[in-house]
Unconditional design. Structure first.
Length: 287
């Protein structure tokens, strides 16, 4: 599979939409935009091709779903009634774009050295990042926007699954609502995990659809966490950071884990279990 074949495959899957396409050969991107207002999304084909080699049509299904939802929500939105909107925070890497396709500056702020917080209008099955123009239309300040978003993320349910690897506990929040990584902003949730941790507490948001909390009790736990976050990071459609964050008393500190026990890192049983865990929690339920 090459970028040209992927381009044609996506166009075939999206032929039911009233959209146009613009292919950039040099950047290997495909822009898909509405015919009425020219709003759309740009897909980096090479990254999709790389994931296709392992995930096959699963990654294509995910991209098609993302495009369908984005295009359907890119009509002209009326933002006059604040009671009818829901604002949510979303996490992104510092390298993420600072302007939208229309050249308007997006509303964001720094979270850690590895993460920024953006704000989004929740549209049901998708969301739209808020820019400065939309902020004026909403008639709220940045501080009010932040307070609304944090209030809404604290209202989310937080179901999680637990796995234990060689005495270390790993908790996975993967609800597929688009805001799994956003739950890292729920201080009460993290403090509850911190109270039950016996070792060092690490958190990770390798991509937008998972939050990992780890209770690290021995050196193997650090090695497992490093491998796990990298696996999620490389497989996620919207990657954020492959680094873990230490958490203590409400404060984050990015941590680069350099494994000291290479034999443990190469343990085939651990690696096989990690891959099974990654696939289990990285699958998306779109129903």
């Amino acid at each position: 599979m090459n970028v040209f074949q992927m381009r044609d495959k996506l166009k075939a899957r999206l032929k039911h939409l009233n959209v146009k396409y613009s292919f950039n050969r040099e950047e290997e991107t495909l822009r898909i935009y509405r015919s009425d207002n020219h709003k759309g999304v740009t897909i980096k084909l090479q990254s999709i091709v790389a994931k296709y080699n392992e995930q096959k049509d699963e990654i294509v299904d995910e991209v098609v779903y993302y495009v369908e939802e984005a295009i359907s929500q890119m009509g002209d939105n009326n933002l006059n009634d604040l009671d009818d909107i829901k604002v949510m925070p979303v996490l992104r890497a510092p390298s993420f774009q600072k302007e939208n396709s229309e050249g308007n500056e997006l509303v964001y702020e720094q979270h850690t050295a590895e993460t920024n917080i953006y704000y989004a209008l929740d549209l049901g099955k998708s969301y739209k990042l808020i820019d400065e123009t939309m902020l004026k239309e909403l008639g709220v300040t940045r501080q009010q926007l932040k307070e609304m978003a944090l209030f809404n993320v604290r209202k989310l349910k937080n179901p999680y699954k637990t796995d234990e690897v060689k005495g270390n506990l790993f908790y996975f929040i993967n609800s597929n609502d688009g805001y799994d990584a956003s739950r890292i902003l729920n201080t009460k949730l993290l403090n509850d995990f911190e109270e039950q941790c016996e070792g060092e507490m690490l958190v990770a948001i390798p991509h937008q659809d998972v939050l990992i909390v780890a209770d690290i009790r021995n050196q193997t736990g650090y090695d497992v966490m490093a491998h796990l976050t990298m696996e999620f990071f490389t497989k996620g459609l919207v990657p954020i950071t492959s680094l873990s964050l230490g958490y203590e008393n409400g404060h984050f500190e990015p941590i680069f884990i350099l494994g000291k026990n290479n034999k443990q890192k190469r343990d085939p049983n651990v690696i096989q279990r990690l891959e099974a865990t990654r696939k289990q929690y990285n699958n998306k339920d779109r129903d």
